[in-house]
Unconditional design. Structure first.
Length: 568
């Protein structure tokens, strides 16, 4: 279709019997008072959905309605329209059709926007209608900053010339530093990382290049490479931002700072480490606007969720969450604290570092430099009359024993431990020097977990497991293995070609029942492990992962990847 005609949205919706005359009148009255767009008033008042409006406009205009969630975006076509104009006009170039471009618009009645887009593209436009919500999400995903980052890195390299030395004083004191290439480079890197849903940014100097990688859903992806000469300037700027010692290059340093990216506050934890070719920097991005998940949202199976809720509401005892670094232990503990966070309970946390600020909770940051250790803070915290105490990690014998004693004297204690599964956790506490009777009396529940990637909804398709995958699934699902339709993600623009978007937890849980406690009190590790495994039964991490494959939430290969980690 060509240029659309001027149409009245309200009249169209009434004609198509999607809206009543009374609803239209009420919405028009509200629009006069508030000045908001009519379509937004319809949606907010619950008269109609955004998708219904878009489909109605498409029918009226004789255009296609496209659900961007399930549309394979072509980055070359998207790039034809600059991001600024795409956001301003709520439009996206979806396809190059030779003589014309297929352009998706959230508001096809905006004739001025249509004319400006045609002028920018210098070609005919075939119009499609899309919802504004999905359009904005697609813009966030599609306009990656790879070329811009590379260009800014080259600009910084040109400014530095042949020298890799950085004038510390000049960079620290320069007025208008926000315009410096190094600042613009880092700002763009942060923006791209948040658009890509990265949890970590790795800046790694190599012999001849500086490598920047993003960790997305637990897997590292190369973002860009630049000349290694710019590495000192990048590291220096990050040290200035986080208040680290800019003159110290031989020792690792840790710090934190905050950045605001598109009006969202992001807390950045930074770690520097000297390597052969310069200082490596890893930054963990903690989005303060994302909120704390509830226990019902972290992926616990219903039977485990019910048991966890019952245990954490007990007046005393210890609950341990175990797994390797990056397995979501802190998220699980914060979800439990969030449920217990009422005015009737005093909650104190001892963390290194404090990852998320929780209102109503007393959070204490460990500081080894001034001897403010886990054990020292924990002993002081117990004199503050708490009901619930969270200890970031059971690191040593003193912390373990203090935590166990606290749980025996009327406190609910939460903590984490690095073990491979739930069964080995009580044994690990004994190895750390905890008295056997304390472990048996205090420990209430052990939750072992991993994070597993979830298949992208936009490119999910049926999948025939390979023979090795089928055999693995049979070992967990038994005769049910051929009852299911298995899925995988083929890769699309929505998931940056990975086939996955987001992660969910897989869990196993050891409850310290009477038989398990009695076995823990005996000096026979093998007998204890046998009884503990019988208590867990089939509800293992492997089995939970296989059930997620059967439900179509993840792929066989991803579940097997988690399984291989358990066997290491």
């Amino acid at each position: 279709m060509g240029r659309p005609e001027k149409i009245r949205l309200g009249e169209i919706l009434v004609q198509q019997k999607l809206l009543t005359e009374e609803q239209l009148k009420a919405a028009l009255d509200e629009q006069k008072k508030t000045g908001r767009r009519l379509g937004r008033v319809f949606i907010e008042r619950g008269f109609i959905t955004e998708e219904q409006i878009s489909k109605a406009l498409a029918r009226q205009l004789g255009a296609d309605y496209i659900d961007l969630k399930h549309y394979s975006i072509k980055r070359d076509a998207v790039a034809r329209l600059p991001e600024t104009q795409a956001r301003r006009y709520r439009a996206l170039v979806l396809e190059d059709r030779g003589e014309a471009y297929l352009v998706g618009m959230a508001d096809p009645t905006d004739l001025a926007a249509y004319d400006d887009i045609a002028r920018i593209l210098k070609r005919d436009i075939e119009l499609a209608v899309v919802t504004e919500t999905e359009l904005l999400r697609t813009i966030d995903r599609s306009y990656r900053r790879t070329e811009e980052i590379t260009g800014l890195a080259q600009e910084l390299q040109a400014e530095m010339g042949d020298s890799s030395a950085v004038d510390f004083g000049a960079l620290a004191m320069t007025p208008g530093l926000e315009e410096a290439p190094v600042v613009k480079l880092l700002q763009t890197v942060f923006e791209d990382a948040t658009q890509a849903r990265a949890s970590d940014i790795h800046i790694e100097p190599q012999e001849r290049r500086l490598q920047i990688r993003f960790r997305i859903d637990g897997v590292l992806h190369l973002q860009t490479e630049a000349d290694s000469k710019i590495a000192p300037a990048v590291v220096l700027r990050l040290k200035l931002m986080s208040g680290l010692d800019i003159a110290e290059k031989r020792m690792p340093q840790d710090g934190r700072f905050n950045v605001k990216i598109r009006n969202v506050a992001v807390d950045v934890r930074i770690s520097t480490m000297p390597t052969q070719y310069g200082e490596s920097v890893v930054m963990r991005l903690l989005n303060q606007g994302s909120g704390i998940l509830g226990l019902e949202n972290i992926g616990l199976p219903q039977d485990m969720l019910d048991k966890v809720r019952e245990v954490i509401h007990r007046p005393s005892g210890m609950v341990l969450v175990t797994g390797p670094t990056g397995s979501g232990k802190t998220t699980t503990l914060y979800a439990a604290l969030n449920e217990l966070n009422t005015t009737e309970r005093k909650i104190i946390t001892v963390e290194d570092p404090v990852e998320y600020r929780l209102p109503g909770i007393n959070q204490v940051q460990v500081n080894e430099k001034i001897d403010l250790t886990f054990d020292r803070i924990l002993r002081s915290a117990l004199r503050q009359d708490p009901d619930v105490v969270l200890v970031g990690e059971m690191r040593d014998e003193l912390t373990v024993e203090t935590g166990l004693r606290a749980s025996m004297t009327g406190h609910m204690v939460f903590s984490t431990l690095h073990t491979n599964d739930a069964v080995s956790t009580p044994v690990r506490l004994l190895d750390m020097g905890a008295p056997r009777y304390m472990v048996a009396l205090s420990l209430q529940l052990v939750i072992a977990q991993r994070l597993l990637r979830v298949i992208c909804d936009s490119c999910s398709e049926d999948y025939q497991p390979l023979p090795s995958e089928h055999e693995w699934l049979r070992s967990e699902l038994g005769d049910r293995v051929d009852q299911y339709v298995y899925k995988h993600g083929r890769g699309c623009s929505y998931c940056n070609g990975t086939g996955f978007v987001g992660r969910t937890g897989v869990y196993e849980m050891l409850e310290m029942t009477k038989p398990v406690v009695e076995a823990a009190n005996q000096d026979d590790i093998r007998a204890f492990m046998k009884i503990a495994r019988e208590q867990i039964g089939r509800n293992t991490l492997r089995h939970h992962a296989a059930e997620l494959v059967a439900s179509g939430r993840t792929s066989p290969n991803e579940a097997m990847r988690i399984s291989s980690q358990l066997e290491e």
